[in-house]
Design a protein around this ligand. Structure first.
Ligand code: ADP
Ligand code: MG
Length: 720
């Protein structure tokens, strides 16, 4: 193993540089060249057919067979001119990541290339090996994938990829995209209804997402020499390097040249696929980076995020690098998140979270702004659950990561506006008064424009014209968080609409009715607003006083997805049936259990088969040395002390691993999934991981560097 470490380091030292030039054409010349979306359909379909497709997409309607045949034929021709041989339905099962099964266009029986509308619309991958959380045992095992025409097809390698949903034969959805699409439809309907109180021209509201993706980059050989990174995606051992991120010199610093070459190539590949990557920079930790795209409609943005992670992995490989998305690959360093920038935009082009220079539009803005805060207040536990994963548990509340307490930051200016509105809401408005001026909401744009305060410690922050949900994990699929957020906002908008119309029916003037409801919301949701340092100990105490949840681990956080309140919410908006919600709950618990299981095994294996033997061998050398010194009559107490220390750590490791294995055996017998997940959390992870790690990391400092088997943090994290 020591061998492996030094071989890897040698490979690293001898790597030739893979030089990548900036694109030799303007990006606009090749942007989206591998995409077959609405624009390409417009160009290749008969106008009548195109009209059908585009209207079906806009109104979330089914596409008939003849139309599908026409689209399939056009897509096939387009793909073939680019050398495509296969097509695949591309979907997002609950395993995380994406899945695909390729079929060739070539039909050997007929001797021709074929692609029918029915193949575009539906396919049958074998669902039995994808997680289904009990749906499988109770219902039909197999399922089908169905075309999602709202997300463009794309050519990946020589394969035409068709974004699809994944559904069981009995109709239960088995993926992350299906509930997302339904949540987006729900928020469209609810938001449109509310918008029409202000503007009858608004027919649709589209949710948009820009997800800033953080990631680490490590040399491939070094990555491969770490069984924990390979198996668990994070280092379960490793002493912090002498120089971590305390110098704060990596953030926004110049990008190491090897990584820069990788980034250039990766961006070119993304642009060809129509992924609008825009910003790149170093992140806080050494070897950590960020890529941010331009925002798009949520479903497309999320598909693009998933695809982007895949592209990044492949391009990294070409550069002998490994891109790591895990939420906490390196202890003691900044974790990895995926900030979800989110807003709602009308089909008339108004961003509902952007203050406007018109006072009337500001009331619309305030309606959405305040209703969203109220939604987060009402369903903070569901939002917390939506970002709960095993990996994210290591990140939330740690260095540079938002806490597990869900709160909303809005900045001092917006706080002042809400305070004012709350206070002045009682003001009598006479006929002919300028209500907006009286309420103090005619001035918002000027205030916001010079808003400079930034709060990086809030999990859910208003950033001028959008909310930023920062607690989403780096490796996660944004769909789960976006499904929760859009559904709770839809729900709150419904309540808002009902309350306002009731008040209007009683004879209250519309604008006043709106202000009345908003004032109540401001008061009722005040506890979820927090402007201070979210990383501080005081906030933890304060949040507890306010009655806000602070659920630190996934098995406990997930409970919020199956409460009566949540089940009713998802059902009401057609997002998920009870059965589906419960299946998802089960899947996520099982996935948690598996992750802890794997890590626990990896830990045991590395500790017992690599670390302990190395420590014993080194200890033997020291014993020889101690005896030699003693024979010469030289004081050997320092060496003896080290020998004792090493013995102590070896004991800790051996006992820890032995007990942990016993505990796993016991816990595995617990039949209830929720209880088993809790036991894995409390009795396996919490009880043993840190203790074992601490002993191993101490040994790393004691054992001769030449003998140490694991690639060290300092070797992995300082790419040039
Ligand atoms: P920051 O100050 O956080 O760096 P940026 O302007 O760079 O803000 O935006 C960060 C991300 O937010 C980008 O992906 C951007 O496209 C996205 N974004 C900007 N406006 C919106 C919006 N209205 N809705 C959703 N995402 C948005
Ligand atoms: Mg940001």
């Amino acid at each position: 193993m020591a061998h492996l470490r030094f071989e890897a380091l040698k490979k690293l030292a001898e790597r030739p540089r893979v030089h990548v030039d900036a694109p030799n054409a303007l990006v606009s010349k090749f942007y989206g060249e591998n995409v077959f979306g609405i624009e390409q359909m417009r160009g290749t379909l008969a106008p009548a057919v195109f009209k059908k497709v585009s209207s079906a997409i806009k109104n979330h309607e089914k596409i008939d067979e003849t139309t599908a045949d026409a689209v399939a034929s056009a897509a096939k021709s387009w793909a073939q001119t680019k050398g495509a041989t296969h097509f695949t339905h591309w979907f997002q099962p609950m395993t995380g990541g994406t899945a695909e099964k390729h079929d060739s266009f070539f039909d050997a029986l007929a001797g021709i290339e074929k692609f029918k509308g029915s193949e575009l619309v539906q396919q049958e991958p074998d669902a039995s090996s994808f997680p289904s959380g009990g749906i499988r045992s109770t219902f039909e095992a197999r399922g089908y994938t169905a075309w999602d025409p709202t997300s463009p097809m794309f050519l990946y390698g020589k394969t035409l990829c068709i974004p699809t949903v994944f559904v069981s034969y009995t109709g239960e959805t088995l993926d992350t995209k299906s509930p997302l699409l339904k949540a987006l439809k729900a928020v469209d309907q609810s938001a449109t209804k509310v918008c029409q109180l202000f503007d009858k021209d608004i027919q649709h509201v589209v949710a948009s997402l820009g997800s800033e993706q953080e990631y680490f980059v490590v040399d491939k050989a070094l990555f491969d020499a770490r069984p924990d990174l390979v198996m668990a995606g994070r280092t379960v051992f490793g002493h912090a390097p002498a120089r971590g991120q305390q110098m704060e010199d990596h953030y926004f610093g110049s990008i190491p040249s090897r990584v820069y070459d990788f980034m250039k190539e990766f961006e070119i590949e993304c642009w060809k696929l129509g992924i609008p990557v825009r910003t790149r920079h170093n992140e806080v930790a050494p070897s950590q980076f960020e890529v941010a795209p331009l925002f798009e409609e949520v479903n497309v943005a999320n598909d693009h995020n998933q695809l982007m992670m895949d592209v990044m992995g492949r391009v990294a490989e070409k550069h002998s690098l490994k891109a790591i998305f895990h939420e906490k690959p390196f202890a003691g360093l900044n974790g990895t998140g995926k900030h979800n920038n989110w807003s709602l935009i009308t089909d008339t082009g108004v961003n509902l979270y952007a203050p406007s220079s018109s006072a009337r539009d500001n009331l619309l803005f305030l309606t959405f702004f305040i209703t969203t805060i109220k939604a987060v207040f009402e369903y903070s536990d569901l939002l917390r659950a939506s970002i709960a994963t095993y990996g994210n548990d290591f990140r939330l509340g740690a260095n540079e990561a938002p806490p597990a307490i869900v709160s909303v930051f809005i900045g001092s200016q917006m706080t002042a506006v809400l305070d004012e509105l709350e206070k002045k809401g009682d003001i009598k408005i006479e006929k002919g008064d300028n209500m907006y001026m009286k309420l103090g909401i005619d001035q918002i744009p000027e205030i916001i424009l010079d808003a400079t305060d930034r709060n990086r410690t809030s999990p859910f922050a208003f950033t001028g014209n959008k909310f930023e949900f920062r607690a989403v994990g780096g490796s996660d699929n944004c769909a789960t968080a976006m499904t929760a957020l859009n559904t709770i906002v839809a729900e709150q908008l419904d309540h808002f609409y009902e309350a306002v119309t009731k008040d209007i029916e009683k004879g209250t003037e519309k604008r006043l009715a709106i202000v009345n409801v908003l004032r109540n919301y401001i008061k009722e949701s005040k506890n979820v607003r927090f402007e201070g340092d979210g990383y501080s100990e005081e906030w933890v105490k304060e949040a507890e006083k306010r009655g806000l949840g602070n659920v630190k681990n996934t098995p406990r956080a997930l409970g919020a997805t199956v409460t009566k309140k949540s089940l009713a919410l998802f059902e009401k908006h057609g997002v998920m049936s009870h059965k589906e919600a419960e299946a998802r709950y089960e899947i996520r618990l099982e996935s948690y259990i598996k992750r802890v299981q794997i890590e626990s095994r990896v830990m045991g294996d590395i500790a017992m088969n690599h670390i302990v033997p190395t420590a014993i061998a080194y200890q033997s050398k020291l014993i020889t040395n101690a005896n030699g010194l003693k024979g010469l009559g030289i004081d050997n107490s320092a060496v003896v002390k080290t020998i004792q220390e090493i013995s102590g750590h070896i004991e800790t490791i051996k006992n820890g691993v032995r007990e942990m294995v016993e505990e796993r055996k016991r816990v595995n017998k617990i039949t209830d999934t929720h209880k088993r997940a809790i036991a894995y959390c409390d009795d396996v992870k919490e009880k043993y991981f840190d203790t074992i790690r601490e002993a191993v990391d101490k040994l790393e400092l004691l054992v001769d560097n030449e003998d140490w088997p694991l690639v060290k943090y300092r070797e992995m994290l300082f790419l040039r």
